[in-house]
Every structure is written in structure tokens, then in C-alpha cells.
Design a protein around this ligand. Structure first.
Ligand code: FE
Length: 168
């Protein structure tokens, strides 16, 4: 097969953001940012212009991962294992796509028979952490995620600038 010539760089807009291509499941364990015991976050894109982030969530223990409300929509794709929300009767399994509508509050749990779950999420805006009554106890957004990553990459030896490759 013959390919045409690539589109020349001068046909691209000035100031075009740099693309991101990476191995989603890294060989270097330090890339995973710990959130809680047995729960990690692997940044892929931290978008400060549109206020969203995409990342992998990895859980290696059964239990409640988080109870939270989404002010904006979330998309997910389960890569490994399974998980569910206490508020719903479905289980998200490897290969499943999940849409979480804006406004929903739910409690993410991983069941005993799951050794490890890994899920890709695109979270828009923020996640508001709530208690069992649904009252706000904290929140996270793309800036908090960047801060979390930077602190972990400093302490793990990858360096403060390591997070920059994910930021747009
Ligand atoms: Fe959620």
C-alpha cells in the first residue's frame, strides 16, 4: 500500500497543543499516584483549559473506594476486574463502558472476589466527596489532581516536572 505525504507542519494552527501518546499501564510503579491504601490514580491527561482529567483508577482491595457527587458528566471504560455502585443494581466489568450523568451521587465499591480492578475515567469539572447523608466533605478538581501528582512524583524520585507531560 502507498501512503500519501504527511500534511506539512505549516498547515497546522500556531500554538497547537502537543499530543499525548503513552503506555497507559506503566512499567514504572512510581507513575501510579496513591490515593488511599490499595487505591491508585494514573494520570493520562490533566486538562486545565477545559477543566477535566482522564486517568486510570486501580484498586487492589475490596471495600468502599469513594462516595461522591458529580456536577458534570463522567465516562468510564473498565479495563480489568469489576466494580459497582451501591445505588445501582448493575456491575461494571472488564470491557464495559459507563456513563455517569451530571448530578448523580454514588458510592463506588469493589467486591471481595476481585483481586484488582483498573478503569479508565474521564471526569469533567470536579468530584464532590460526600458522607453517607450526602453532605459535602471535600472535593477534587484538575488542579488538586496536579498538586497530588506533583507531590507524589517529588517524593517517589521522578521529580516535580514529571507531571507536566500530562498537563494541557
Ligand atoms: Fe463516580
Amino acid at each position: 500500500m502507498r501512503f500519501p505525504k504527511p500534511v506539512p507542519p505549516e498547515r497546522q494552527p500556531p500554538g497547537l497543543a502537543k499530543e499525548i501518546v503513552l503506555t497507559a499501564l506503566p512499567e514504572d510503579e512510581r507513575v501510579w499516584v496513591p490515593l488511599h491504601p490499595n487505591v491508585w490514580f494514573r494520570p493520562l491527561l490533566l486538562n486545565t483549559v477545559e477543566g477535566y482529567w482522564t486517568s486510570l483508577l486501580r484498586v487492589r482491595a475490596a471495600g468502599v473506594v469513594s462516595c461522591h457527587r458529580h456536577p458534570a458528566p463522567v465516562h468510564g471504560y473498565v479495563i480489568k476486574g469489576s466494580w459497582r455502585y451501591l445505588e445501582h443494581d448493575w456491575v461494571a466489568r472488564a470491557g464495559d463502558y459507563v456513563f455517569e450523568p451530571p448530578g448523580e451521587t454514588h458510592t463506588l465499591v469493589v467486591d471481595e472476589d476481585v483481586d484488582e480492578m483498573i478503569t479508565w475515567f474521564l471526569v469533567n469539572g470536579a468530584m464532590i466527596y460526600v458522607d453517607e447523608e450526602g453532605k459535602q466533605v471535600g472535593f477534587t478538581d484538575v488542579y488538586e489532581r496536579i498538586d497530588l501528582c506533583r507531590k507524589h512524583y517529588i517524593s517517589s524520585g521522578l521529580g516535580a516536572d514529571y507531571v507536566n507531560q500530562f498537563i494541557r
